[in-house]
Every structure is written in C-alpha cells, then in structure tokens.
Design a protein around this ligand. Structure first.
Ligand code: AP5
Length: 182
C-alpha cells in the first residue's frame, strides 16, 4: 500500500509500480472520481466530500474499494493507493482482508514536506485542474492528512510493515527506491 500526503506521488508511483509488479493499481480516489463522473448514487453523495477535501464516509469507501481488493487478491495481488486512510479504516480493512486471506503485506510511506506537495498540486491545477486542486482545498487536504492519515505511519511501523521512501526525488528514482524498499 502506498501511503502519503496529497501530491506525494501515490498515483504516479501506483501506476508505475503496478506495471512493474504486474498487479492492479487500486486507487480509492480514482474509483471515487469515476463514480462522480458516472453520476451514480455513490458518486453523487461522495462529490461534496471530494470537492472540499474531506474524507468520504467509511461505508461508502468500503463498498467501493473492498470488492476490487478482494478480486485482485484472488487473482494474485494488488497495489493500494489512498486506502486505508485513517486508523479506523486500517483496523476495519485489516479484519476484513485477513478473514479472506488478502491482508496487506507492506506499506510504503512516500515522505515529502508540505511546500513541495502544495507546489506540485498547484502546478497540476494550472495544467489539468482537478476540482480539489485549489489553494484553499489543497491546504485543507494537507490538514486532513496530518489529522487522519499520518497516524497510520506509526500504526504500520509498530506492526513492522512500514518502509519509508523520500518522495522529493525524480519520478524514476522514487520507483526504484520503492522497489528496493519492498
Ligand atoms: P486521492 O485521489 O487519494 O488524492 P490525494 O491523496 O489528495 O492525492 P493526489 O492524487 O492529489 O496526489 P498523489 O499523492 O496521488 O500524487 P500524484 O501522483 O497525483 O483522494 C482524493 C479525495 O478522495 C480525498 O480528498 C477524499 O475526499 C477522497 N478519498 C480518497 N480515498 C479515500 C479514503 N480511503 N477514505 C475517504 N475518502 C477518500 O502527483 C501529484 C502531482 O505531482 C502530479 O502533477 C505529478 O505529475 C507530480 N509528481 C508526482 N511525483 C513527482 C516527482 N517525483 N517529481 C515531480 N513531480 C511529481
């Protein structure tokens, strides 16, 4: 699982690593954005959370992500990006995945400082423009990361599952560092 703040490169590395490891890249953010794009009931509920940078309620996220993880595990493995995103999600995911023999094996924390992260996201905002890439929502997403998601670093470190990789290197070097860490 790739763990990191917004802009740390989870999506970029997720795609590259999934190709190298030959497993599906399962991104909770991508799955949620697809639901919003398709105008499904789940997407309609999730939209306000995504646009404001708040975490989508756990039940919705589990309904969406868990079937994809279980199917991938059955077929040989998975690379998770953006899920679990809080200690509550991690505890619940751990119970459900262990029951199915699909438990997480390694967590890679992509570390970088806030100025670099915000800079990358503002650059993407200028180029592509995701609805949550405004200066105000980026600041909120970074705060949500600190409050809800950063505690997972210690959660997984205490379980001996965590590897840390500096995310402030060129894309190719981060990929190689993650592969070495794994
Ligand atoms: P999510 O889609 O997970 O977004 P995020 O965490 O905000 O992260 P980003 O996608 O912005 O950044 P990233 O780390 O993937 O970096 P990227 O590779 O794109 O979540 C979005 C929302 O969905 C959340 O706010 C929440 O509402 C909801 N959500 C998702 N999961 C949830 C869950 N489990 N529970 C509840 N709610 C959930 O790179 C960013 C930019 O930097 C790109 O332009 C890229 O080209 C560039 N870049 C990347 N790496 C490098 C590098 N090494 N050098 C230079 N530039 C780089």
């Amino acid at each position: 699982m790739l763990l990191g703040a917004p802009g740390s490169g989870k999506g970029t590395q997720g795609e590259r690593l999934a190709r190298r490891l030959d497993v599906p890249h399962i991104s909770s953010g991508d799955l949620l954005r697809a639901e919003v794009r398709d105008g499904t009931a789940l997407g309609t509920t999730a939209r306000g959370y995504l646009d404001s940078g708040r975490l989508v309620p756990d039940d919705l996220v589990f309904d969406l992500v868990l079937p994809a993880v279980l199917a991938a595990a059955e077929a040989g493995g998975y690379l998770l990006d953006g899920f679990p995103r809080s200690v509550a999600q991690a505890v619940r995911a751990d119970q459900l995945l262990t029951r199915s023999g699909a438990e997480l094996q390694r967590v890679v924390f992509l570390s970088a400082d806030d100025d670099l992260l915000a800079g990358r996201l503002l650059e993407r905002a200028a180029a592509a423009g995701r609805s949550d890439d405004t200066a105000e929502v980026i600041a909120d997403r970074l705060r949500v990361f600190e409050r809800e998601t950063r505690p997972l670093v210690e959660h997984y470190r205490a379980r001996g599952m965590l590897r840390e990789v500096a995310a402030d290197q060129p894309v190719e070097e981060v990929t190689e560092a993650v592969l070495r860490a794994l």
